[in-house]
Write a protein that binds this ligand. Structure first.
Ligand SMILES: O=c1nc[nH]c2c1ncn2[C@H]1C[C@H](O)[C@@H](COP(=O)(O)OP(=O)(O)OP(=O)(O)O)O1
Ligand SMILES: [Mg+2]
Length: 209
């Protein structure tokens, strides 16, 4: 049993209060709420606080997660958790990577983004590996300006056509290693146990809870 006396200051600050989820992506907010649920934290989303969506000017997942978390902590005066994530396709040199959201265009249509990935892959001759991985960088920013970050990853392959409508983003074309169901077909609780986001969360929880 983990005694109360061993708790770091961080959790005592988080538990009674609010944590801003510095994301405007409803799919992510839903997953992060589920991942935080066992810890008794009341998250409030950037959308609920009417926080602006910052321009993601970083060149790495971690840099973008940091800038989103720091802006939300600064504007809200609350601790803020941001997630910058994306899908990296080996045969495309890691694309779409940090541009994963931007490939879906201004209407955030992932049918278009998945088609763009498939078109680029199928244009390569001879047919390349369909290996891909998701990355999730989490940044936790405190109102005093201190930031902690964690990076998770999950490997898989890309299927075509896309399968399932249970996830978000590129989930319907991503088959995690060793699985038979795409992240679009899988029960969300199973995705939460195995995903890049789950991997990063395990590290965050080990560090601060
Ligand atoms: O588990 C995932 N399953 C499928 N697709 C995913 C996942 N995780 C990230 N992705 C893709 C779609 C997402 O739109 C983009 C992240 O881009 P990213 O800038 O981090 O997020 P975003 O712009 O959608 O919301 P926000 O920046 O407000 O958190 O990568
Ligand atoms: Mg974004």
């Amino acid at each position: 049993m983990s005694g109360e006396g061993k708790e770091p200051q961080a959790i005592r600050k988080l538990r009674p209060g609010k944590l801003v989820i510095a994301s405007h992506n409803q799919g992510k907010v839903r997953e992060i709420r589920a991942l935080l649920a066992p810890y008794g934290i009341e998250p409030v989303s950037a959308g609920e606080l009417d926080l602006p969506e910052p321009e993601e000017t970083g060149t790495t997942f971690v840099a973008n997660a940091e800038l989103k978390a720091m802006q939300a902590a600064d504007l809200s005066g609350l601790p803020a958790l941001a997630d910058d994530s994306g899908m990296c396709v080996e045969a495309l040199g890691g694309d779409p990577g940090i541009f994963s959201a931007r490939w879906a265009g201004p209407t955030k249509d992932f049918t278009i983004a998945m088609q763009a990935v498939e078109d680029k892959l199928s244009a390569i001759d001879p047919a390349p590996t369909r290996a891909a991985h998701f990355v999730c960088a989490l940044a936790l920013a405190w109102p005093d300006g201190h930031v902690e970050w964690f990076e998770g990853r999950v490997d898989g392959t890309l299927v075509w056509p896309p399968r399932g409508d249970r996830g978000f983003g590129y989930d319907p074309m991503f088959l995690p290693e060793g699985g038979t169901q795409t992240y679009g077909e899988m029960d969300p609780s199973e995705k939460h146990a195995t995903s890049h986001r789950a991997d990063a969360f395990k590290q965050l929880v080990a560090a601060i809870f």
